[in-house]
Design a protein around this ligand. Structure first.
Ligand code: MEZ
Length: 534
């Protein structure tokens, strides 16, 4: 057992004491009014002081978090560089920026269209939030389910703000996405008769979460990365895009890449460009820890915004209810929602299960924050406080061995620190997990800027103002493939004009005219964890 404090041990005893009577107890769902009040009072998205209004660009007048505003209105890295756009290092049909699940899916489909594709990644292919996704991928492919029911669940979870044409595409193409992955070789959890095992997630009315144990994203990424390699699609690692390039007609026509090791600048010319750069957890909005991978710094949003692409719901973030709160070595790491799907309850300091564990994520996170901040029912940890997630319930409900079989990665993550989640509850607190908003696209994957496509977490609008579990692994496949097909087709008719970075200079002038004189370079590229003075 881990070296817990006396206070933690005393509280853990209360959790153990109440366990038996909690097993099988029906925990009430909140009413719509209760949820709204809870969100307004405790969800971080509602903290006005965390936001500021954008002064320039297409979303001028919209509010975004300070951290993102600083980057969107930051200083372009190319302004102080002497860049020769005629020295083209790569000339391709489709340039895919990002090597996660969306980028790889896009590259595969563009390749299927016969396009000459290049993938460029900031780190390495697979260093992405896809790899970190644990619990599963939704698809309505069981007889008691349908895309229409999936649509209604996601629409309710998204506070009715989802763009209908995007959500419709997501749910209607979900069964085919699962089939595609299965055919490529993804090892989904299956029953002995070969049918897929599916579970609930927060806010789902049917069991439609397909999983590969609790490392679903890693398994999907393994297969997509192999597929890209098997097709000999060229990939350039450690080459983040630091700016988009347009042509003299204002159409997107490539990107400025930076060799991360040498700083060398490389020009990639392309007929169509797909941004698949993922999320922004490493900006640590409002000081939250994050479940995101090291490169999640909103780069795609920044370069797209400077090129004139519109953002949608950039003010809404997802704080996953169950980030590890303890021990400190894994502070903020994801504890998959599947733990709750399998029966673990959220329990406070006094051993009371204070909410239904499968409310939607924004509601669950707010409820945990309220329990700690307002009600004083949190348990102190090295880094703050947390709530118990009563994992031993899973073994009681599902039978001995369920944890090892269904969530081995969780068992291992805590086991490394001497915590046996089959026997002891674990401490959790919300962690920054997902960017609900992003760059606006049409159903064909294109932004308002000609020849610029977006897929994956960098897109805004699919999930409205709150995403349901398992709809992200789904969207990277559906919209990644979609962007690849569309961009792979569109490039056949594109003639690229003279390359230009005028839009960057225009944006800099806009900043100056607005009285802004930014010194912070953007995109950020990598998070800054150096200790600040004072
Ligand atoms: O979709 C997700 O974010 C997901 C499946 C996360 C998880 O809790 O495992």
């Amino acid at each position: 057992m881990y070296n817990y404090t006396q206070e933690q041990l005393d509280s853990m005893k209360k959790v153990e004491a109440s366990r038996e009577q909690r097993v099988g107890a029906e925990l009430r769902r909140m009413t719509a009014e209760e949820k709204q009040t809870l969100l307004q009072n405790f969800h971080p998205d509602y903290i006005e002081s965390a936001y500021e209004t954008l002064k320039v660009g297409v979303n001028k007048g919209d509010k975004v978090l300070h951290e993102l505003a600083g980057l969107l209105q930051g200083k372009s890295r190319v302004l102080d560089m002497n860049i020769n756009l005629e020295e083209v290092a790569y000339d391709v049909d489709v340039l895919v920026i990002g090597g996660g699940g969306a980028g790889c899916s896009a590259a595969i489909e563009a390749d299927n269209k016969g396009a000459n594709v290049l993938v460029v990644t900031k780190l390495r292919v697979g260093d992405a939030n896809t790899m970190m996704a644990e619990g599963g991928i939704q698809a309505a492919d069981k007889p008691n389910d349908s895309p229409a029911i999936h649509y209604i669940d996601a629409l309710g979870g998204g506070h009715y703000a989802n763009k209908p044409e995007l959500l419709s595409k997501l749910v209607c193409e979900a069964p085919e996405a699962i089939q595609w992955l299965n055919d490529l070789g993804v090892m989904f959890d299956k029953a002995e008769d070969g049918t897929m095992i599916t579970t609930h997630g927060g806010g789902t009315s049917r069991k439609r979460m397909h999983a590969c144990r609790d490392y679903s994203g890693a398994e999907i990424m393994r297969v997509l990365r192999d597929e890209v390699a098997n097709r000999n699609i060229p990939v350039i690692d450690f080459a983040p895009a630091i700016e988009l390039i347009k042509d003299d007609e204002g159409k997107v026509a490539g990107a400025v890449l930076m060799n991360l090791e040498t700083g060398e600048i490389l020009i990639a010319k392309a007929k169509t460009v797909i941004i698949a750069t993922g999320g922004a957890g490493r900006l640590h909005y409002q000081g939250f820890p994050t479940s995101n991978h090291y490169g999640a710094t909103a780069d795609g949003l920044v370069i797209a915004y400077r090129a004139g692409a519109k953002l949608l719901y950039a003010d809404t973030l997802q704080y996953h209810p169950t980030g590890a709160a303890f021990p400190t070595q894994i502070f903020g790491a994801l504890v998959t929602e599947k733990v709750r799907s399998l029966g673990a309850q959220l329990v406070n300091k006094e051993g009371v299960a204070f909410m239904n564990p499968l409310e939607t994520r924004d509601v669950s996170a707010s409820s945990i924050i309220r329990e700690c901040k307002e009600r004083g029912n949190g348990i102190k940890t090295t880094d703050g406080e947390g709530i118990w997630l009563d994992t031993p319930m899973i073994e009681i409900i599902g039978g001995e061995g369920t944890i090892e079989k269904r969530i081995p990665a969780m068992m291992r993550m805590f086991g490394k620190y001497g915590i046996d989640i089959r026997k002891e509850p674990i401490l959790i607190y919300p962690t920054l997990h997902y960017q609900n908003g992003g760059i606006e696209i049409s159903a064909n994957g294109m932004t308002n800027v000609e020849n610029l496509y977006v897929a994956g977490e960098a897109v805004g609008g699919i999930h409205g103002r709150n995403r349901l579990m398992g709809n992200s692994l789904l969207d990277i496949i559906v919209f990644g493939r979609n962007a690849g097909k569309e961009a792979g087709e569109k490039c056949k008719t594109v003639k690229v004009g003279k390359l230009s970075l005028n839009h960057v200079n225009d944006f800099a002038k806009e900043l100056k005219d607005a009285g802004l004189n930014p010194t912070e370079l953007s995109p950020r590229i990598l998070p800054d964890y150096t200790k600040k003075e004072g």
